[in-house]
Design a protein around this ligand. Structure first.
Ligand code: IFM
Length: 407
C-alpha cells in the first residue's frame, strides 16, 4: 500500500504550500490533508486489515529540516515510531526520501540547478537513515524524479516553475548525483538496505495508428520517458533527446550500480499526434481506446500495456517492484476490475521472467492530488475530511481477495 507525506499528513509548509498560495494550482490548498501525521498508525492498521503486508510512505524533508542545517529530532522520531509500528505488525516499511516537495529554503539556497543541492540532499538522506534504523530495509529514494524535473524545469507547472532546457540539464545532473550520494549514505548507515527509485512509466501510442510521424513520436517518447532516463542509473551515462531541439548528455560514474531494484509507477497511456497545435512537436492526451471508460481524472485504463512494459524493464536485470498503481474513481465503478487486471498483468510478466517482487496500490486513502487538489479520489478508503474518518470502498474487498491469493 502506498501513500506520500504531503498528500496525507497535513500542515507542512513547503515549496508546494507556497505554490498553492500563489494560485498556481487548480485545486486549492492542501491544508490539513487527511490528518495522517496524527493517524499514521491507524493507516497502517487499515492497510493490514485489508491484507497488505507492506506500507510505502515518504519522509517530509521540510518537516525534518525546516531550517537549513537544523534537523528536527521530534519529526524524525515520529517517522521512527511509524517504522516501529510497521515492524511490530510484520508490515514492511518502504521509505521514499523525496516525493515532490522541498523545504522552502531549498530553491533559494541550494536549488537543483546548483551543485550544492547534492550534499544538501545526501545529508538529509543520512539523517533519515540514521533515525529510522535497521527496521527499514527498502528505500525508493526518489519518487518520479523525471516527472519532478519536467514539471519543475520544462513545463513550469510545479516548483520551482521554470521553463528552461538549460536549467533542466543542470538539475538533471544534480538529481542523478543526489540519488547516487544518498544511496551511498543509506548503504553506509544500513548495509542491509535495498536502494531503488520509483520511476513513473507511461504507455505511449500513436493517436493515428498508421501515421508514420505519430508512430515515430510514440517511439521517441517511450525511449526518452521509460528507458533513457532510467538507464543512466545503470550505466552512469545519459543522452536524452527531447524533440525538437533539446539534448541532455552527461555522465556520473557513481550512478552506475546505485540501484538494487527498479520501482515502477504505472497508471495509463498517452496518445501522441503530430504536429503539436498547442506547443511543441506533438499533442498528447488520453483516449478510451480499450472501451473500459476513463478514470475520474480522464486517464485511460490499459492493463494490457503494463505487461510488456514490465517485461521490457526486466531486461535491465534488476528486480522490479510495482511502487504505485491505481486510479481516481470516487464511485468505485472501475477499481476492483482495475486491480484484478493489473495484478494479472504482473503475473503474466513474471511468467515471462520479469521478477516483479511486490505490488503497491495507490492509494490507501483519498488524498491531496497536487494541482487537482482533493478532486480525484484514489483511495481504497474514502475519507470524510471533516471528521477524518476512513471508510472502505467496496473495492477494498477485491484487494483483500488478491492479497489472500498472492501473499
Ligand atoms: O498522486 C500521485 C503520486 O504523488 C505520484 N504518482 C502518481 C499519483 C497519482 O497521480
Amino acid at each position: 500500500m502506498a501513500v506520500s507525506h504531503y498528500q496525507v499528513e497535513g500542515d507542512d509548509p513547503c515549496d508546494f504550500t507556497e505554490w498553492e498560495a500563489a494560485g498556481r494550482t487548480n485545486g486549492g490548498a492542501c491544508g490539513a490533508a487527511v490528518g495522517s501525521w496524527e493517524r499514521y498508525e491507524e493507516d497502517v492498521d487499515l492497510a493490514l486489515s485489508i491484507g497488505a503486508n507492506a506500507f510505502r510512505f515518504s519522509v517530509s524533508w521540510s518537516r525534518v529540516e525546516r531550517e537549513r542545517g537544523r534537523f528536527d529530532d521530534a519529526a524524525l522520531a515520529r517517522y521512527r515510531r511509524l517504522v516501529d509500528h510497521c515492524v511490530r505488525l510484520g508490515v514492511t516499511p518502504v521509505v521514499t526520501l523525496l516525493h515532490y516537495t522541498h523545504p522552502v529554503w531549498f530553491h533559494r539556497e541550494t536549488p537543483w540547478t546548483d551543485r550544492a543541492s547534492v550534499p544538501a540532499f545526501a545529508r538529509f538522506a543520512r539523517r533519515v537513515a540514521e533515525a529510522l534504523g535497521d527496521g527499514v530495509r527498502v528505500y525508493t529514494v526518489l519518487n518520479e524524479p523525471l516527472v519532478m524535473l519536467l514539471g519543475g524545469f520544462l513545463d513550469g507547472q510545479i516548483p520551482p516553475g521554470l521553463a528552461d532546457p538549460r536549467a533542466l540539464g543542470l538539475a538533471l545532473g544534480n538529481v542523478y548525483a543526489a540519488h547516487a550520494e544518498a544511496a551511498n549514505e543509506i548503504r553506509d548507515v544500513s548495509s542491509a538496505a535495498a536502494v531503488g527509485l520509483a520511476h513513473n512509466v507511461m504507455a505511449f501510442a500513436p493517436e493515428r495508428p498508421r501515421n508514420p510521424l505519430d508512430r515515430l513520436l510514440a517511439r521517441i517518447a517511450h525511449g526518452f520517458y521509460n528507458r533513457d532516463f532510467l538507464e543512466a542509473f545503470l550505466t552512469g551515462r545519459w543522452d536524452l533527446y527531447l524533440p525538437p531541439f533539446t539534448r541532455l548528455r552527461g555522465r556520473n560514474p557513481d550512478l552506475a550500480g546505485s540501484l538494487d531494484f527498479i520501482g515502477v509507477n504505472y497508471y495509463s497511456r498517452l496518445h501522441l499526434r503530430f504536429p503539436g497545435r498547442l506547443r511543441g512537436v506533438a499533442d498528447f492526451g488520453y483516449r478510451d481506446r480499450t472501451g473500459r471508460g476513463l478514470t475520474d481524472n480522464g486517464w485511460e485504463i490499459v492493463p494490457e500495456d503494463f505487461e510488456p512494459l514490465l517485461v521490457e524493464l526486466s531486461g535491465y536485470g534488476l528486480p522490479l517492484l510495482v511502487s504505485e498503481n491505481g486510479l481516481a474513481d470516487a464511485a468505485d465503478r472501475h477499481r476492483a476490475r482495475f486491480l484484478e487486471e493489473h495484478v494479472a498483468a504482473v503475473l503474466r510478466a513474471n511468467a515471462q521472467g520479469a521478477n516483479v517482487s511486490g505490488y503497491f496500490h495507490w492509494s490507501l486513502v483519498d488524498n491531496f492530488e497536487w494541482l487537482d487538489g482533493y478532486g480525484p479520489k484514489f483511495g481504497l478508503f474514502a475519507v470524510d475530511r471533516q471528521t477524518m474518518k476512513r471508510s472502505p470502498r467496496p473495492s477494498a474487498e477485491a484487494f483483500t481477495a488478491l492479497a489472500r491469493r498472492f501473499i
